[in-house]
Design a protein around this ligand. Structure first.
Ligand SMILES: Cc1cc2nc3c(=O)[nH]c(=O)nc-3n(C[C@H](O)[C@H](O)[C@H](O)COP(=O)(O)O)c2cc1C
Length: 330
């Protein structure tokens, strides 16, 4: 570890920004501890939705996303974050230790990427087709570390099979009362700092125009984005070569990179995992991308034509609940 000391306030501000990262049901299953010249990221498994994410895989993906967001936030503040993943073989909850070196120059690109953290939302409404997809796809491919995760785009002629896989997931869970109770628990507006607020969910009519969304409890707001008759998004799949903790964490980092690049390209995104939570539908996705890797996450990417449709940001836990400063002489 290098011993450059970064002001704790800079780290705390970057953690605050990083915590805008997406997480399953906005569960935010992470904890940060700053100590001396480093900061450590831990998974907070108690916060993870257990019936949706039975293996804890998605909690780890969420932590990968917050880790990459943190790196982006620190870069905008002029620091390179050096990440050591799983530094303690006896503690798998300790996901990363991070120390810092000064960056030569903060570019507009670094600043815009951090701004994308603040403007990104999970948008569950239908999207118009993304313009100039070829160059966007190239950008997304470039942002994913190919040794960590593979990026595929579902071919248009496979879209129906994917929609069927999505329906299969929902029908296999029709009688899974623990899953449905959990979903209701995370989507009830209780005015707190976690979970998905009603304003981020969709009505029955809106969800009818999206063929591959997770079935959340529906809202009864007036129908939005009526000019988009059905979802014309491209669907990106992130998959991994093996299911080690390290690979799953890195896949979350790749998710962050894809979402931020799409946001910087002016596109809307929606992360989807219901299809990969159930083995039968996950197997269908695996077949669609060639069966050599294990699908983890799908992302709808498209154009949200009217900016006024964008809902307010989802809440987050207060920073002092997730960030702690420890003195070195404890
Ligand atoms: C691992 C993971 C799985 C997710 N799965 C879904 C999903 O299946 N459907 C969905 O609409 N959103 C999904 N999301 C998005 C979260 O619900 C969203 O990030 C969270 O509510 C916070 O909202 P925000 O992304 O708008 O900040 C997922 C996010 C992550 C990181």
């Amino acid at each position: 570890m290098r011993d450059t000391i970064v002001d704790t306030k800079v780290i705390k501000d970057a953690v605050w920004m990083a915590c805008r990262a997406p997480s399953l049901h906005n569960s935010q299953p992470w904890r940060w501890v700053a100590e001396g010249s480093a900061v450590a990221l831990f998974i907070d498994a108690d916060k993870a939705p257990k019936y949706t994410d039975t293996s804890g895989r998605e909690a780890l993906i969420s932590c990968g996303a917050v880790l990459d967001h943190f790196r982006v936030a620190m870069a905008a503040a002029g620091w390179v974050a050096n990440v050591d993943r799983f530094p303690n073989p006896n503690n798998h909850r300790h996901l990363a230790s991070i120390d810092f070196s000064p960056m030569d120059f903060v570019t507009d690109g670094h600043r815009q990427r951090a701004e994308a953290i603040l403007s990104r939302r999970t948008d569950r409404l239908p999207f118009a087709a993304p313009p100039d997809w070829k160059s966007v796809e190239e950008k997304l491919r470039g942002s994913v570390d190919s040794s960590a995760a593979r990026l595929d785009v579902i071919a248009e002629n496979h879209r129906r099979e994917l929609a069927e896989a999505s329906q299969l997931t929902e029908s296999l869970r029709l009688y899974d009362s623990s899953y449905h109770a959990e979903l209701i628990g995370w989507t009830t507006d209780f005015g707190l700092s976690e979970g998905i607020p009603r304003s981020s969910l969709v009505s029955a009519a809106e969800s009818d125009r999206v063929d591959v969304g997770r079935n959340f409890p529906v809202t009864n707001n007036p129908e939005r984005r009526r000019d988009v008759d059905e979802d014309h998004s491209k669907i990106v799949v992130l998959s991994i070569y093996d299911e080690t903790h390290d690979s799953v964490l890195r896949c979350g980092e790749a998710l962050s990179a894809v979402l931020l690049d799409a946001t910087m390209a002016g596109l809307a995104t929606c992360t989807l995992t219901h299809i990969t939570e159930v083995p039968a539908s996950r197997e269908i996705v695996a077949a669609l991308i060639g069966r050599t890797t294990v699908p983890q996450i799908l992302v709808r990417v498209g154009l949200a034509p009217r900016i006024e449709d964008v809902h307010p940001p989802t809440p987050r836990r207060p920073i002092d609940e997730v960030f702690e400063v420890r003195s070195e002489d404890r």
